[in-house]
Design a protein around this ligand. Structure first.
Ligand code: SUD
Ligand code: ADP
Length: 334
């Protein structure tokens, strides 16, 4: 085989529930991923050494050296399962927005693993590739798996959810990206200050000091509300709605615990979600943002949402997408 082309999907999180940081700094998740047909392509050709070229949407801003996730994936695959002399000329054609909360880098790493497994004739299973992928990034295994999946752990432990029906999205992509680690750090900061407020409120309630600031925070249920959940909230009901193909219930159960920290860093995103909700859209931040995803109930609804969004948000791009899409897979081999 001389050349392999792989198509690799982006994702949204239908729900993203986050617990408190683990000792390793990662956050336990209960999430429902959905793969979308806004995809990158990874093309690999036989060569004596490893090289990478980035093309397409946002490629100028991305490195072509060993810091690129696709390059790191190639090296990891060669070190773990290949021979030292194996090489490839890799090209990544980007369509997934960079730093958009749509797993662009993870998709490229997934695409590189699948493409090089074929080019180098390694014969690895999807499970092998997903396990190696989880060392590169929490979203990489899902980009290999595709479809809709329940993600736990830091997002790398996956169980498929078999959807009752497919559907469309309108994605509002943003010209200014948002850093995933920065959003998780803001999540921690908000959680810590809520925890602090809860502790002060409890102390004040115990010592009965009416009129203090803390007493103002306390009240029925308030202190408990301020406590930060160690474990993420469950997405069970949402998964059941997805499996039934009940889009109305799915829309009602969508939730993203990274929305508040993302809005805190980027108030413009809260404005987008609020305004979209006002014109009747079910709007949710995709992962850590800044892309905002509008769920469509049928193709005509997607058309209406797209037209309305184009008028309402002239600075954003409204991109039509369909889900669930397949995971990273070989589209062409020669
Ligand atoms: C938030 C999510 C939701 O699907 O997606 P994006 O918005 O980035 O697309 C993912 O959890 C992102 O996954 P991914 O982008 O692969 O993250 P990783 O490379 O594993 O981690 C990047 C950084 O994000 C934070 N991180 C990531 C995952 C997790 N469960 N807890 C974390 O705290 C850590 O600070 C980590 O250093
Ligand atoms: N192949 C790649 N494609 C996109 N981003 C990459 C890639 N390799 C490394 N990165 C880095 O990963 C960061 C996160 O980008 P991306 O994965 O697109 O977003 P997100 O984590 O929000 O889904 C970028 O800022 C970029 O510097």
């Amino acid at each position: 085989m001389q050349e392999v082309r792989v198509v690799t999907p982006s994702k949204v999180n239908l729900a993203l529930r986050v617990g408190s940081a683990r000792p390793d700094g990662f956050h336990p998740l209960d999430t429902v991923f959905e793969a979308l047909d806004v995809h990158d392509e990874v093309i690999v050709r036989r060569s004596d050494s490893l090289s990478l070229r980035m093309e397409g949407e946002g490629a100028d801003a991305l490195p072509e050296d060993s810091t690129n996730l696709a390059f790191r994936a190639a090296r990891a695959l060669r070190e773990r399962f290949g021979a030292p002399g194996l090489g490839a000329e890799m090209t990544v054609r980007k369509a997934i927005p960079v730093a958009g909360g749509m797993a662009g880098g993870s998709a490229d790493a997934a695409g590189a693993l699948v493409a090089l497994n074929a080019l180098w004739g390694l014969g690895l299973s999807c499970a092998d590739l997903m396990s190696l992928g989880s060392e590169l990034g929490s979203d990489v295994p899902f980009c290999i798996m595709g479809g809709i999946a329940h993600g736990t752990g830091r997002g790398e432990i996956l169980a498929p959810v078999y959807p009752g029906r497919g559907h469309a999205w309108v994605l509002l992509t943003n010209p200014v990206g948002l850093s995933t680690p920065a959003v998780f750090r803001e999540f921690d900061r908000i959680a810590e200050s809520a925890e602090g407020a809860g502790a002060v409120a409890r102390e004040a309630a115990e010592t009965e000091r009416p009129g203090s600031v803390a007493a103002g925070v306390a009240g029925p249920g308030r202190a408990a509300e301020a406590d930060v959940a160690e474990n993420p909230a469950s997405t069970r009901e949402l998964r059941e709605a997805v499996a039934r193909g009940d889009l109305q219930a799915t829309a009602a159960l969508m939730a993203n615990d990274l929305q508040a920290p993302a809005f805190s860093l980027r108030p413009d995103l809260e404005d987008v979600v609020e305004r979209a909700s006002r014109f009747g859209a079910t709007a949710i931040l995709s992962g850590s943002g800044p892309t905002v995803a509008l769920l469509a109930f049928d193709p005509a609804h997607a058309d209406r949402l797209g037209m309305r969004a184009a008028i309402e948000f002239p600075k954003l791009r409204a991109v039509r997408a369909n889900g669930p899409a397949a995971g990273a897979c070989v589209a062409e081999a020669k």
